[in-house]
Design a protein around this ligand. Structure first.
Ligand code: C2E
Ligand code: MG
Ligand code: MG
Ligand code: MG
Length: 288
């Protein structure tokens, strides 16, 4: 059998690699047209206040509907966009689309947008954010940019300066996926954030509940001493939600509270009304 012959196994492996590389290249080439072909869209996932169950805001999550392959998850195409530099125009499209959308919302909830490391080290980022806020008219206090530790890790000196410039715009910054990076505590020590988001892996089906509770307590203590709220990500069960409530965790996000959905679905659920018929300006408040 082929498997018992190391040489054949190597050949087989390399043939598979070629195929994978070809697929990735083809996908990267397709991504180039995704904006102009209207294949990108944003879904919005609700972020709630644990103690009251009320809505704090929504996180924008990018979706790509490939004309032949269908929905491709961000974990697959964001790395491609980063390698090719396409993340810069795509990231600008995301920010612009999310802000243009959120400015029509009633009530005026917050909107969280994820930033890639490649965007974050781009010197034009603060100017781009300022331009988008000016063009869309969104109040900067309503915008939150989500960064992961790996985003910041690349170049700490530059990151400090970048964060300073972004916070000067009155836009807030959340530390996303907290607890999974190389130096979570050092990151908290060196940078100023407005919010900590505990990574959803702590709430996975395999995570032991006593350990999870211990970690939540520790992160909540950190949040308290920094004077910033903590949001738990990936909340899927009532047990998790009531544990968060008992521990005093301020905010939560997860499938239990709402899946990422189109803005029309949010309107339909009655979570928001649109002030002027949405970004395309179709008319009066949407009451469907
Ligand atoms: P993230 O920023 O940590 O976003 C949360 C991810 O967790 C989303 O996956 C969301 O669908 C998923 N999620 C939310 N609640 C639950 C839950 O209860 N259970 C489980 N199992 N998953 C949950 P998604 O949309 O596939 O996005 C994955 C990652 O891709 C994001 O992680 C973010 O890092 C990145 N991403 C998404 N949109 C953008 C974007 O516009 N720009 C950039 N640079 N990155 C993005
Ligand atoms: Mg995020
Ligand atoms: Mg996250
Ligand atoms: Mg993530």
């Amino acid at each position: 059998r082929a498997k018992s012959n190391p040489l054949q196994r190597v050949c087989f492996y390399e043939a598979g690699m070629d195929e994978r590389i070809r697929e990735r290249r083809a996908l990267a080439a397709d991504l180039r047209d995704a904006i102009s072909q209207n294949q990108l869209m944003l879904h919005y996932q609700v972020q709630t206040i644990v103690s009251t169950g009320s809505i704090r805001g929504f996180e924008a999550l990018l979706r790509w509907k490939h004309p032949k392959l269908g929905q491709i998850p961000p974990s697959e195409f964001i790395p491609l966009a980063e390698e090719s530099g396409l993340i810069l125009p795509i990231g600008e499209w995301v920010l612009c689309t999310a802000c243009r959308e959120a400015v029509t919302w009633d009530p005026p909830y917050t909107i969280a947008v994820n930033l890639s490391a490649v965007q974050f080290i781009n010197a034009d980022l603060p100017a781009m954010v300022r331009k988008v806020l000016a063009e869309t008219g969104l109040a900067p206090e309503r915008l939150e940019l989500e960064l992961t530790e790996s985003t910041i890790f690349a170049d700490r000196e530059r990151s400090l300066e970048m964060l300073r410039q972004i916070r000067a715009l009155k836009v807030s910054i959340a530390l996303d996926d907290f607890g999974t990076g190389y130096s979570s505590l050092d990151t908290l020590r060196s940078f100023t954030f407005d919010r900590i988001k505990i990574d959803r892996s702590f709430f996975s089906a395999t995570a032991a509940t006593t350990q999870t509770t211990a970690i939540i307590r520790a992160v909540l203590a950190l949040g308290k001493s920094f004077g910033i709220p903590v949001m738990a990500e990936g909340i899927e069960t009532y047990d998790q939600l009531s544990m968060l409530n008992a521990e005093g965790c301020e905010e939560a996000q997860g499938f239990l509270l709402g899946h990422p959905v189109t803005v029309d679905d949010i309107v339909r659920k009655g979570q928001i009304a649109r002030l002027h018929g949405g970004p395309d300006g179709a008319g009066a408040v949407d009451t469907t």
